[in-house]
Design a protein around this ligand. Sequence first.
Ligand code: ZN
Ligand code: ZN
Length: 246
Amino acid sequence: MANGAWLGSVLTRLGGAFERLVFAPTCGGCGWPGVWWCEHCRNQLSHLQLVVPRCPRCDRPQTTISHACPDCRDWPPYVEGVRALYQYRGPLRSAVHRVKYRGERRRAAQLATVLAAAAPELVSPWRSVLTCVVPVPLHPIRQRERGFNQSTVLACCVARSLDRPLFEDLCRRRWTSPQVGQDRAARWNNVAGAFRWNGGPLTGTVLLVDDVVTTGATIVAASEALVTAGAQAVVVLALARAATYP
Ligand SMILES: [Zn+2]
Ligand SMILES: [Zn+2]
């Protein structure tokens, strides 16, 4: 073997070993190597659609069936519904933290595959009227820090699964401080008017994709920008729904 070819083959093998080491899956809950979920953590995932009762509009788990849902009672009527795959707790919450604070892009892609597979069923009441899929954007500074927007990773897969175009023209107009630890009123003030649509005119019902829905402040502010751009209604698909305010 010529020296160049030998060196090339060694580097390729080293590269492969490095890739397996760095990019090998680990459990989203406990970090156990070799799998995206270990059996213990997988058993603790809470599938939201199995939790009853939930608010029929915003998917918030409720303790009793109530007509005055504390999350969505003040939302504008054009936010027609929210559907989420998981409850935001336990191992799923750890997995989202790994994506957001450790920049684990491959985990985001793995979660996106699972959400996309469930998307047709989750949004079935609206599926025929959806015109496009739009991710909730990060502020450009935060996106540079993280290297990617986890909601865009989710939305890409969902758009393919639903066979609808993906539009990434929703932008953060200004910096908003992290919502974690803020109460409901502070969250609403923080994001009001924070979004702007930079694309062409929208029509019909838009599917907005976010990673986690909590009070709904972010999705309502984003929906306002979509409706200003011509959308008639907005449906939200999220990876997870928080039942309490973290
Ligand atoms: Zn685990
Ligand atoms: Zn509700």
